[in-house]
Write a protein that binds this ligand. Structure first.
Ligand SMILES: [Zn+2]
Ligand SMILES: [Zn+2]
Length: 323
């Protein structure tokens, strides 16, 4: 249903925070509906996936399909949208850049320019006014903290205030390929469902197999991978260890890091945002960092950035120091 109201005539409103603006009411309605669909439909699909699994309709091939699609989803977001584009932590060829952006767009976390702008705003205003998804601004006390945790996990996506690509992603707006990938976002989002459906159908040689592939590799994969990814903004800005001095509440969480290919090492990442790897110590789980290092050995990526031991030492919190 499309309704034009007086409010739709209001142009986007700049906020007092540089680079953040309120979108028009009509744009906000559309954005909120898409965000709600991304939150709710995959959750329903996961319930169906559980029902299929209990009925032994999900075979080994379908579970492998789930794992492959989870890797494509999480790898695309973490290596492509995050470390390559938002932070310029390494360089690569046009072809691999396109592939990573397409994979990242399948995650349903928004078009590439929206993703990068939102994320750069998160770093620019970490846990202060202007941070699109901080759990820290809802007051003191247990109830307020839980409200903040919930807001930073999902409802923040329903906010009318968004990060402006004209402010936060000016460099990317000059990249015509990237702008085209941004405009064709819904094709890539749909591809994230078409691929597992086709693969599932081929595996089982039936339409039922295509349905199971769509549910398991498409919807359940999107639900579980996004729930893990959203824990980075919620859980990892409230709970966990803080080995490095930063101006925010970022913290390292092992279990989130395992599920998000290293992104759960949020305190490390906020201390060294342009590093291609989020692990600082070799034993910290950072699958995307390991993949980027492997791609570098294969000469598929280059100019990897990481902090020197002296830089790491400078921001390390020592128990003996009082700072
Ligand atoms: Zn963060
Ligand atoms: Zn980041």
């Amino acid at each position: 249903m499309t309704q034009t109201t007086m409010a739709d005539a209001i142009p986007p409103q700049e906020s007092t925070v540089l680079g953040m603006a309120d979108v028009t009411p009509s744009a906000h309605r559309l954005q909120a509906r898409i965000a709600l669909a991304i939150m709710i439909v995959p959750a329903l699909g996961t319930i169906e996936a559980a029902r299929l699994a209990l009925r032994h309709e999900v075979g080994a091939g379908q579970w492998i399909l789930f794992a492959v699609m989870y890797f494509v989803h999480m790898g695309g977001v973490t290596m492509g949208l995050h470390r390559l584009l938002a932070h310029r932590a390494f360089s690569t060829s046009k072809a691999l850049e396109v592939l990573l952006i397409v994979c990242g767009s399948m995650a349903g976390q928004g078009p590439v320019l929206y993703w990068v702008s939102t994320h750069r705003a998160h770093h620019a205003y970490s846990d202060t006014e202007g941070d699109p998804h901080t759990p820290q601004l809802h007051g003191e006390g247990w109830a307020a903290k839980m409200k903040g945790l919930w807001y930073a996990h999902m409802p923040w996506m329903l906010s009318r205030r968004v990060a402006s690509p004209g402010h936060f992603a000016r460099d990317l707006l000059r990249n015509r390929t990237l702008v085209r990938l941004n405009e064709s976002y819904f094709i890539w989002l749909a591809l994230g469902f078409v691929i597992p459906a086709v693969a599932g159908g081929l595996l089982a040689g039936s339409a039922r197999g295509a349905w199971v592939g769509f549910i398991v590799g498409g919807l359940a994969r999107m639900f579980l991978a996004n729930q893990a990814a959203w824990c980075v903004g919620s859980v990892c800005h409230m709970f966990g260890s803080r080995p490095f001095r930063t101006n925010d509440s970022s913290a390292n969480s092992w279990w989130v890091a395992i599920l998000t290919f290293g992104e759960g090492l949020q305190n490390n990442h906020h201390a060294f945002p342009s590093s291609y790897r989020h692990a600082v110590r070799w034993w910290e789980p950072d699958l995307s960092g390991w993949c980027i290092a492997l791609l570098a050995k294969m000469k598929l990526v280059w100019s990897l950035k990481h902090p020197s031991p002296a830089v790491i030492e400078r921001v390390t919190i020592r128990p003996s120091r009082k700072e």
